[in-house]
Design a protein around this ligand. Sequence first.
Ligand code: FES
Length: 117
Amino acid sequence: MVRVCSEAELAPGEIKRAPTEVPIAVYNLSGSFFATGDYCTHEKSSFSEEGYLDGEEIECGWHFARFCIKTGAVTAPPARKPLLTYDVCVRDGDVYVILPSAPSAVANEAEENTSEA
Ligand code: FES
């Protein structure tokens, strides 16, 4: 579990890069927190630097692929591979991302590996 920031440092509608070795973007969606891989699966644009959060979707700033931040699923091309997702928790006013054996991340990783076979 890695501390990302305080709740106050990640306002609704904002995106922040987690201080993790693995690139992870953390989103505040109307007071609920979600996390995905920070790089677009198309050509590795960074969502935390150039993404646009639109409701439950993150839009890539380069070629405008869209993904659901809750599931990682692609919702608009040109990306085809889903994003990894990570669990997020809030404790004592701080936001944490849970690494990397979170079931959703493992499930998405397995799915990604299968799709490349
Ligand atoms: S890098 Fe994200 S759509 Fe191309």
